[in-house]
Design a protein around this ligand. Structure first.
Ligand SMILES: [Cu+2]
Length: 731
């Protein structure tokens, strides 16, 4: 397996603007999901004091400025005490300008997530971010809350007219949801398919496709994978447009009993089957789907018959148009050892349409999901620290597939909250609470300082980690001075052979591979002078700066004694390994079965690509299991499984078991773990509380889109029949 093959060799159409999205000549489309794995990954940073006044805001690329104060992302919260957390997230699109790398100014159409007011006006992003990329609104809830999110898809597909899921007035040819995206290079001898290749190296459903379809995965929530909860099999197509306006708007929802779905949910009458939905809403969905189907060239692609098939089986249909409701309760632990509660912490949500996750996240379709509870209440009592929610993203309107290799590659710029190199202000001696979400589709972001345990950081910023992946650390694991736990994050090890052995030293955590979250308490040097600037970098790329401003604060002991940190709730004590009833081995590989000289390697799990109608793993409800995750090719694949977190108990940078490192207890909880290159990890997990089908996958999202994903199911009894009753299909 040749790691260099990871990147698709790309050539742009001769004589054409490299990043054109237009449908020109023989180049049918350029708009594509991204395939590269990880050339651009970052790692190992440091904070460096810098007293120059370089934190002033300055224009760097069209509307893109650097050095603005870090913006607080608008939140979806409870409108009143006792009410559910309630809001509308709308997917729309506009032309956005961004720095692809530190030097390349680009622009293009992007889909993005807004917070929408009840009257349809936009509460986020603010007017000041018009034309700039942005994360979605932050959802903020408390353990025990009910969450009600209306997702509206108002993408104007005509703005993506090179896309197969664009409706082409006067010609239905383009509207083909069962087709892979294509990139064609035009050259003197004719045209060549760069993607998906000829013969195709990617095929449905494991190719880039369907990028205007939306849904949301509530990453880190412990809720059901079914129906209106954390259901990533939902495929929400955009609203029809009449006279340039979406017809599925706020009034349409009210007129068609959509709010009744939430009302039913609140009174414990959530739908289980299609007929449980209000009749008006069902009739409207059917009408719109049938109308949509008339525009499709191929009978086999029609959506309503697929829904009918599911409905006939009492299974939840997959296809919806215009709007979809999410409704779930964040569970309070019931005290039973056979159950778990929702871990309070830093979680997130993002688009999860198979075939488009990489592209949709590169467009910004992700946001933080803060779930508060006893954990952060305790931290707030300790420090009363200002909270900073930081969403790391890398933006791209189109993908590298059409980018000439060598001309535009380079580490993609990491943004924070949609801002380029923003500034965080701190007073000398102030302690802040930083919640970091790595929402990048590819890159590891590791902006760690190298503070020492003596309490004096060379950088003047002292950091202590309090949670990993939205699950608090046991107080015994709080450490002063976070070190990067996994220098061999995706891609890094390719260019730095010295960093090929991850996690061979304490503290074993602190990683921010794609999908990971980290909470930090950060204290500025009490002796810092006003104007001091700390530059936070990752692999030489500046991510943000901290500027010391005037003002005095009481300087609190940092960190507080372990005994004062929040205690672990009972459901987060270590899993009892003696209860393991099943072991599994999953092998992640970039290379796989179709090694060929020029196309990119296949992305596989156990030598197979994702199957859209078959659960590869069946876990009995309540079972405790031990899994081994191998990485036999490619970068450090960040493994993620929905619904239940897991505890990493062993790690190895090789396959040689004599070199296995057994991790000390108490173990860290994760929901994404970067499997070391060439090595493996072992975890314990319990599949509790919820039955149903869901997925596990690599969180380098182009790997996921291209097949590095499995459907799995928690069931009352295993094995399952060969074909699931859910009839999941991703076409
Ligand atoms: Cu991967």
């Amino acid at each position: 397996m040749n790691q260099e093959n990871e990147q698709i060799p790309t050539v742009h159409a001769a004589g054409k603007p490299e990043r054109s999205e237009q449908n020109e000549g023989g180049t049918r489309r350029h708009f594509l999901g991204k395939s590269l794995a990880a050339g651009a990954a970052l790692a190992l940073g440091a904070t460096m004091p810098n007293t120059e006044a370089d934190a002033q805001s300055a224009v760097v690329c069209g509307p893109v400025k650097k050095g603005e104060n870090l913006i607080k992302i608008a939140e979806i919260t409870k409108p009143a005490a006792g009410s559910p957390v309630k809001g509308t997230i709308k997917v729309i699109n506009e032309n956005k300008t961004y720095l692809l790398t530190g030097t390349q100014c680009q622009s293009g159409q992007m889909r993005f997530l807004t917070k929408s007011n009840p009257d349809g006006s936009q509460a986020w992003p603010p007017p000041s971010m018009k034309g700039l990329p942005s994360p979605g609104p932050t959802i903020r809830a408390h353990v025990g809350d009910r969450v009600e999110i209306t997702l509206m898809n108002q993408v104007n597909v005509d703005a993506f007219n090179a896309s197969y899921d664009a409706q082409n007035p006067g010609g239905a040819e383009k509207l083909d949801l069962s087709a892979c995206d294509q990139v064609t290079q035009v050259n003197p001898s004719g045209s060549t398919s760069i993607y998906p290749g000829n013969p195709a190296f990617d095929e449905m459903p494991n190719c880039f496709h369907g990028s205007s379809t939306a849904n949301l995965h509530y990453h880190g929530t412990h809720v059901s994978p079914n129906v209106l909860e954390d259901n990533v099999f939902v495929q929400l197509r955009p609203s029809p447009f009449v006279n340039g306006k979406p017809t599925v708007n706020e009034k349409f929802l009210v007129d068609n009993d959509f709010p009744k779905i939430f009302g039913d949910c609140q009174t414990g009458h959530s739908p289980h089957i299609w007929n449980d939905l209000p009749k008006k809403w069902r009739d409207q969905q059917q009408q719109m789907l049938v109308a949509y189907d008339t525009t499709l060239p191929d009978q086999a692609d029609k959506l309503w018959p697929k829904n009918e098939y599911s409905i006939h089986d009492n299974a939840w249909p997959q296809y919806f148009i215009g709007a979809y409701p999410s409704c779930f309760r964040l569970p309070v632990w019931n005290g039973q050892p056979t159950s778990m509660g929702q871990s309070p912490g830093t979680h997130w949500y993002h688009a999860h349409k198979h075939g488009s996750t990489a592209l949709n996240l590169a467009n910004g379709m992700a946001g933080a999901f803060i779930i508060s509870g006893p954990y952060d209440d305790a931290i707030r009592k300790l420090y009363n620290a200002t909270e900073q929610v930081m969403v790391f993203q890398q933006f791209d309107a189109v993908t590298n597939l059409e980018r000439a290799r060598g001309t535009t590659k380079g580490p993609e710029q990491i943004y924070v909250n949609g801002q380029y190199q923003p500034v965080i202000e701190m007073k000398a001696g102030e302690t802040q609470f930083w919640r970091m979400v790595n929402a990048c589709h590819t890159s590891t972001v590791a902006p760690w300082s190298v503070a020492t345990s003596s309490g004096t950081s060379p950088s003047g910023l002292r950091w202590v980690q309090t949670a990993q992946d939205g699950v608090q650390l046991d107080p015994r694991n709080y450490q002063l001075g976070v070190k990067i736990a996994q220098p061999g994050g995706p891609g890094t090890a390719w260019t730095n052979p010295a960093l090929t052995t991850p996690m061979t030293a304490p503290p074993w955590f602190g990683n921010l591979a794609p999908g990971n979250r980290v909470d930090l308490l950060v204290q500025a040097d009490p002796k810092a002078t006003v104007g001091t600037v700390y530059t936070v970098t990752a692999a030489g790329q500046q991510i943000l700066t901290v500027k010391v401003v005037a003002g005095t604060v009481p300087v609190l002991t940092f960190p507080a004694p372990q005994s004062q940190f929040p205690a672990m709730p009972g459901f987060l004590t270590d899993i009892d390994a003696s209860k393991v009833s099943q072991e599994r081995t999953l092998t992640f590989n970039s290379g796989g079965f179709n090694n060929r000289p020029s196309p990119p390697p296949a992305q596989t799990i156990n030598d197979k690509k994702f199957e859209d109608h078959f659960a590869e793993q069946c876990m009995v409800l309540g079972a405790t299991e031990r899994w081994r995750l191998n990485n036999t090719g490619g970068p450090a694949h960040p493994f993620h499984i929905h619904i239940n977190p897991f505890q990493i108990v062993a790690i190895n940078a090789t396959q040689d078991e004599t070199q296995e490192i057994k991790l000390p207890q108490p173990w860290i909880w994760w929901d994404v773990i970067a499997i070391p290159r060439g090595g493996y990890v072992k975890f314990l997990s319990r599949f509790v509380d919820f039955t149903g089908a869901y997925v596990l996958h690599c969180h380098i999202l182009a790997h996921e889109d291209r097949g590095m994903m499995q459907m799995v199911e928690t069931a009352y009894a295993c094995p399952l029949p060969t074909h699931l009753p859910t009839k999941i299909s991703h076409h």
